[in-house]
Write a protein that binds this ligand. Structure first.
Ligand code: UDP
Ligand code: MG
Length: 321
């Protein structure tokens, strides 16, 4: 059998035609200088410019390139997911296509994985060359993500990361979850998560692919990823628990009101009709909500029984090594 590769570099790209030749030449240079066997996996996320043409052309010059292109734009997470699926290297890197991340960081990050025993090493753009409208929200997200996940990273969303191969094979990056891969990794059981300060550059060509909506999405995703890592495997524990509490509260209160009314009435005490008491309606509401919560728990459990379909991204083109 062929010796397995030292590194894979997964590059998600969406309309990045100008950057690709420089990026590939740079990765090739670094790999050769460090005697690393490598592959670059180009995942064209439905580009509408000439990116895929550039990838095919580069392939003729650099045989280490492999690639796939999607029929449409599925998003960075989908691109990473499919890239991870193809990766064969012992250490797998992800890197943005826009030359903001530096391939020069590869050898040191690889060393941290192989020699220092990390499962995942995330880049930290300590000095960042992005507009302020992006840096401040990002600080806030990183703080919240740190608190909610207990992972001490400064820069969850850094595009440059290194992984032990088995890590990328066992996490499912979906939706917009590429921002929270370290949380997914931790949840999958890979707890040795490290950080390395990396050089960051201003975008040289093209434009950023994420606008202001990233803040809303990032926030909602953080809630789902936190929820999923606590209750994803057993939604019944959360919904069933809350449902039971609600149902008991409503049931006991309603019963109390009814018994109290019957007792008072039959003993000639002052009494109020059951339907005249506001608390009775609150109790009824709690019973209904309790049942609903229970049902949500059951539905969650039923959905969990269905396996996740690994192949629901349509691949348009493929370059095999
Ligand atoms: N990207 C992608 N699909 C998308 C959006 C972005 O594959 O739908 C890629 C993009 O081409 C780049 C990386 O994800 O290689 C990061 O995107 P960008 O540089 O626009 O993000 P920013 O640096 O502004 O956070
Ligand atoms: Mg960028």
């Amino acid at each position: 059998m062929e010796k397995s590769l030292d590194i894979s570099v997964v590059v998600p790209l969406y309309n990045e035609e100008e950057s690709l030749p420089e990026l590939v030449a740079w990765i090739d240079r670094v790999a050769k200088a460090n005697n690393l066997t490598y592959e670059v996996i180009m995942v064209d996320d439905g580009s509408t410019d000439g990116s895929w043409g550039v990838v095919k052309e580069l392939k003729t010059k650099y045989p280490a390139i492999r690639g796939i292109s999607f029929v449409r734009n599925y998003g960075k997470s989908a691109a990473l997911y499919c890239g991870f699926d193809m990766a064969q290297g012992e250490v797998v890197f992800t890197m943005d296509a826009d030359l903001q991340d530096s391939p020069d960081e590869i050898p040191a990050m690889r060393r941290m994985i192989l020699e220092e025993g990390y499962d995942l090493v995330s880049g930290w753009k300590r000095k960042r060359y992005d507009p302020i409208g992006k840096r401040w929200p990002s600080k806030f997200f990183n703080f919240t993500a740190r608190v909610m996940s207990g992972i001490k990273l400064h820069d969850f969303n850094c595009g440059l990361k290194a992984y032990r191969r088995k890590v990328v094979k066992s996490i499912e990056v979906y939706g917009e979850m590429h921002r929270y891969i370290p949380i997914l990794a931790k949840h999958a059981g890979f707890k040795r998560i490290g950080e390395k300060v990396v050089e960051h550059q201003e975008r040289k060509y093209g434009v950023s692919k994420f606008g202001l909506e990233r803040m809303v999405k990032g926030y909602l995703d953080l809630i789902s990823v936190t929820f999923m890592s606590h209750f994803g495997r057993s939604p019944m524990y959360l919904f069933g628990g809350l449902g039971t509490l609600m149902f008991l509260f409503g049931g006991v209160t309603a019963l109390w009101i009814i018994i109290d009314k019957i007792y008072s009435q039959s003993h000639g005490l002052l009494w109020r009709g059951v339907a005249d008491q506001p608390m009775f309606y609150i109790a009824l509401l709690a019973i209904v909500l309790g049942v609903q919560l229970f049902l949500a728990g059951f539905l969650g459990e039923m959905i969990n029984r269905r396996s996740v379909d690994r192949n629901h991204y349509l691949i348009d083109n493929k370059i095999e090594s």
